[in-house]
Design a protein around this ligand. Structure first.
Ligand SMILES: NC(=O)c1ccc[n+]([C@@H]2O[C@H](COP(=O)([O-])OP(=O)(O)OC[C@H]3O[C@@H](n4cnc5c(N)ncnc54)[C@H](OP(=O)(O)O)[C@@H]3O)[C@@H](O)[C@H]2O)c1
Length: 333
């Protein structure tokens, strides 16, 4: 059956300007780290991607190593792009990354020119695309001079293989340096992709200030702490949850769902219910409460989770008292 996008797709989404750039991103973007590989159910993947686009989620985030096996999320995404989304390519912002280990030997990891150039060529081939909208260096590299990595990002933009570039998980100081190097080269740093949620707040210690001052966007990954900041683990570990599936590659493990965490989750859940949201929705609204955050980068395993999460966009702003109550919960041991 031919896919035809919903005509109302832009009606409900909020689009935020990415830093000082010309690019607008949806307040909620979709990440394909887990649940989009060749070992996942293809019709479920397709349904999630259709639903996302129909709801105005124009930004899809990938990386060379998303799978398993690594690369297979790009292959599946490429299949849906080719079969269903072909005529909508210009309405989408598609990103990929390199920086974690992708292949054996000295040229398939970290941040050298050798790795970043060949990895992007491979990603483009897997997705069947001529260019990506955003190419990221996936993590800081202590071995390669940052000058080399940033010059490579600049080169890739000049070659037309990416429209914009960004960095992921760079510290505040590393980000300042990367921004300055890229500016000097004439290719601005568009965006930073850090981990940020109620349970992971390192970016409040300087990075958000750097991004705000420099006019660089911020897209927060794992805003639900991989599903922990929802009501799903309140009564044990459901069989179909990420923690139960042992997906590897950094996926949350059962051992991380501790009694202490669940106590906090349970109190946060109460606060959410009192303000008319479920916990997933409140956790996403909370990440978006800071206007320096351009977008939350959500993962889902089922279409219903996307429909549910999207409701965060139309919630009432937090009152001072709600923010205080959340701080109280997060501060207690
Ligand atoms: N740059 C980096 O280094 C980096 C690292 C990690 C991730 N990322 C990016 O960030 C994206 C998101 O990461 P993530 O998947 O860890 O994000 P997340 O949004 O924190 O967690 C996603 C999981 O939360 C659960 N979920 C989502 N919506 C829900 C709802 N409404 N109700 C109940 N449960 C819900 C699902 O768990 P179940 O699967 O258990 O159903 C889903 O798989 C990735 O896909 C990737 O694009 C980037």
């Amino acid at each position: 059956m031919t896919y035809i996008a919903s005509t109302g797709r832009y009606g409900d989404m909020i689009y935020n300007r990415c830093g000082n750039s010309g690019l607008m991103l949806p307040a909620l973007s979709l990440g394909l780290w887990h649940n989009f590989s060749e070992s996942d159910h293809f019709e479920n993947i397709r349904e999630i991607l259709h639903l996302a686009f129909d709801k105005g989620v124009t930004h899809f985030d990938l990386a060379n190593n998303y799978g398993p096996p690594p690369g297979s999320a790009e292959i599946t995404f490429g299949k849906v792009l080719r079969e269903d989304f072909k005529s909508y390519r210009d309405e989408m912002v598609i990103s990929t990354k390199a920086g974690w280990k992708m292949w054996d030997g000295p040229y398939g990891d970290w941040g050298s020119k050798k790795y970043l150039v060949s990895s992007l060529d491979q990603s483009l081939k897997r997705m069947g695309m001529e260019y990506v909208d955003i190419y990221y260096h996936h993590r800081p590299d202590p071995y390669t001079p940052m000058e080399e990595t940033m010059a490579t990002l600049d080169l890739i933009v000049r070659q037309g293989k990416a429209l914009y570039v960004g960095v992921s998980s760079y510290s505040a100081a590393q980000t300042e340096k990367a921004i300055a190097l890229l500016r000097e080269l004439g290719t601005p740093c568009l965006i930073h992709q850090p981990k940020y949620s109620m349970f992971e707040r390192w970016i409040e210690g300087g990075l958000l200030d750097v991004l705000g001052n420099e006019g660089v966007g911020c897209i927060a990954f794992s805003p639900l702490a991989q599903g922990l900041l929802t009501n799903k683990y309140l009564k044990g570990i459901p069989e179909d949850s990420r923690a139960a599936l042992h997906r590897g590659n950094g996926a949350i493990e059962e051992g991380e769902i501790t009694e202490d965490k669940i106590k906090k989750v349970s109190r946060l859940n109460e606060i959410a219910l009192n303000r008319g949201q479920n916990l997933a929705q409140m956790a996403l609204s909370w990440v978006l409460r800071d206007e320096r955050v351009t977008s939350v980068l959500l993962g889902v395993s089922k279409p219903g989770q996307l429909t549910d999460s999207l409701k965060c966009l139309h919630a009432a702003p937090f009152t001072a008292s709600e923010l205080h109550m959340i701080e109280d919960v997060l501060r207690t041991n």
